[in-house]
Design a protein. Structure first.
Lengths: 287, 322
């Protein structure tokens, strides 16, 4: 493989990795906060991707899709938390896994019911359909825009977590929810907020990914698997871990897929198992 | 009377009931093939029911051992000309060893981390199958698997009835094994681990070794079911080792109820028959399965079988009082 191709694959991997980060950060946040394993997280990504598909079909504008898609996912996450998931907080984690898994199954079937099981293309917005020259390298403009948007969102998210009251509560909550509630903070509203935020971010990932990979009903399940790998490798509950894990998995997958595609997936799930066995706290987690 | 929860007797009324149901199934159902499919999935589900109900382990990896059993038996039958019985036995044995080996690693982790590990193993199995497409046929599956006589020319499996008899016999054997374990001293230790692992350890049991043994046994059951699936279909579809297979087995176990081995037969029966009847009427019937799964987890923790047994016990008590 020539150096040019390698650099191209690494750049591609960084773009995909940023999407993986957005996808995974909500999952890791919700687990860190309430030890809740959300198997429906991939469904949020799926819903936003389909909403983006419909919106860009109706309005022809990807910008609207990027707004409406995450909004739909956040609403779905809030509705699921209010109506169903909060009933399972006091149950063993097996019950939470089964209920969220069932929600994912229902969402997937609703998507097939409304559309069909076939994959669909989502057009890249016109003004981003070209290529850009990065020194000696040629790079699709849309992929560059994906990196820019998700890097901006990651920065905003980091500022929100570090500098705002809600962020402080979230961080305190992942240390000890009991202590937070003793301080007079309504943890149930914090949980709801975390679901809404995590849902919107997974939704943004889905909407951004739609023009890159198209949409199909089983992309949610695939995304869930990837998100688990990222979260575990980065360290469950860690924001920087999700960023590092997302980029790492994105690059490894992208580089590997150019010479051994089946091996790429085998390797990332192997990495997940290895991290779980050797260092369950992950790369950035506290051991 | 949830045998896994409180222990029980062997054999008891359910043993007779399962045996009678296995004899009656091909006559009750519209086709013998449907009955065969049902018993294959009943054995596969039994591996989940056993782990979850007796030991308290939720595994997303049972589809991996199902797939291993399916592929190993497929390769042995196709390439090495083994009889059906040795091929099935070898596949089950292979899955037993593989599950024991993976369990040796997996029991170091508990709770969510254990579930995640089984999930990672399951995904590795699927992508390894795709990567080894020279052996496994990749996305096309393993086609043209013959169905030779059971042992060195004796016991030909001619016709769907003979295949059903063979599969039902294996399913009954698997049921007897699991029910027997449920009321053995070994089973009591597994039950103690589910109730409180730290306490079982404090009593002097090496709980890790018990969990490894239980996981290996569950692997044997799933591998046996995978091999039965290959004998039943005559080929190995790639979805035999997909994560979706693991999920399907968990769904069946939960619907039937993990409190007793009979729950596996009820859950698999319910799912397979629903799939057969509803998939033509309404292709999106899995949506209903999702709703049912939520309802069972929230309101009927012991599943359909456990719920029925509870109702029966209540009726009996009411009659005695009245």
């Amino acid at each position: 493989m020539s150096g040019q191709v390698l650099v191209f694959q690494v750049l591609n991997g960084l773009g995909i990795g940023m999407i993986y980060f957005l996808l995974s950060v909500g999952l890791t946040m919700i687990f860190g906060l309430m030890r809740f394993v959300n198997f429906a997280h991939g469904a949020l990504y799926l819903v936003a991707a389909y909403v983006a598909y419909v919106v860009s079909l109706l309005t022809g504008s990807m910008l609207w899709a990027l707004l409406v898609g995450p909004l739909a996912s956040a609403l779905l996450a809030v509705a699921a938390e209010r109506l169903l998931l909060r009933r399972t907080y006091s149950m063993p984690h097996e019950a939470q896994i089964l209920v969220t898994f069932a929600v994912a199954l229902i969402v997937q079937e609703v998507v097939i019911l409304l559309f069909d099981p076939l994959a669909k293309n989502v057009p890249v917005p016109d003004f981003l359909s070209g290529i850009v020259f990065l020194g000696p390298f040629v790079y699709p403009a849309y992929r560059l825009a994906v990196v820019a948007v998700s890097a901006a969102v990651a920065l905003l998210l980091w500022l929100a977590l570090e500098r705002t009251r809600f962020g402080a509560i979230l961080r305190a909550g992942s240390e000890s929810t009991e202590m937070v509630s003793l301080l007079g903070i309504n943890v149930h509203r914090v949980f709801l907020g975390a679901f809404a935020l995590g849902g919107a971010l997974a939704g943004l990932a889905g909407a951004l990914a739609a023009p890159l990979r198209g949409v199909e009903p089983f992309m949610g399940l695939e995304a869930l698997g990837i998100a688990f790998v990222v979260v575990v490798v980065g360290g469950i509950g860690s924001f920087t871990g999700a960023l590092l894990g997302g980029l790492l998995i994105g690059v490894v997958q992208s580089v590997m897929s150019s010479f051994w595609p089946e091996g790429a997936r085998l390797m990332i799930y192997g990495a997940m198992a290895l991290v779980l066995l050797a260092r369950p706290a992950g790369l950035m987690g506290r051991a | 009377m949830s045998a896994f929860r409180e222990g029980g007797h062997f054999p008891d009324g359910t043993t007779l009931g399962v045996g009678a149901a296995l004899v009656a199934l091909p006559f009750l159902l519209p086709s013998v093939t449907l009955a065969s499919e049902l018993v294959v999935f009943a054995v596969a589900t039994l591996s989940c029911t056993f782990l979850l109900g007796l030991v308290g382990l939720l595994s997303f990896g049972q589809g991996l051992f199902f797939g291993l059993g399916a592929y190993v038996s497929g390769v042995l039958l196709r390439e090495h000309g083994l009889g059906t019985l040795p091929a099935v036995a070898a596949a089950a044995g292979f899955s037993f060893l593989a599950a024991g080996l993976l369990a040796f690693l997996a029991v170091r982790r508990q709770g969510v981390y254990f579930v995640m590990l089984t999930l990672a193993f399951a995904q590795m199995g699927y992508f390894a199958m795709l990567a080894l497409k020279d052996v496994t046929g990749g996305e096309n599956g393993l086609t043209g698997v013959p169905r030779p006589p059971l042992l060195a020319g004796a016991g030909t499996l001619s016709g769907p009835e003979a295949v059903y008899a063979f599969l039902a016999g294996l399913a009954f054997a698997a049921y007897l094994l699991v029910q027997r374990i449920g009321c053995s001293p070994f089973g009591s230790v597994l039950r103690a681990i589910r109730q409180n692992e730290a306490r079982a350890e404090a009593l002097g049991y090496d709980t890790r070794r018990f969990k490894i043994a239980a996981f290996a046994l569950a692997g044997l059951l799933a591998g046996l079911a995978g091999a039965m699936h290959t004998v039943f279909l005559g080929f190995v579809p790639p979805n035999a080792i997909e994560l979706e297979m693991s999920e399907r087995l968990i769904i069946m176990a939960i619907i039937g109820g993990a409190g007793a081995p009979a729950g596996a037969f009820v859950g698999a029966g319910f799912y397979v028959l629903m799939a057969d009847w509803l998939s033509t009427l309404w292709p999106r019937w899995l949506m209903l399965i999702g709703v049912l799964l939520i309802a069972i987890v929230l309101f009927l923790r012991e599943g359909v079988w456990g719920g029925a047994m509870l109702l029966l016990a209540r009726l009996r008590r009411a009659r005695r009082r009245g």
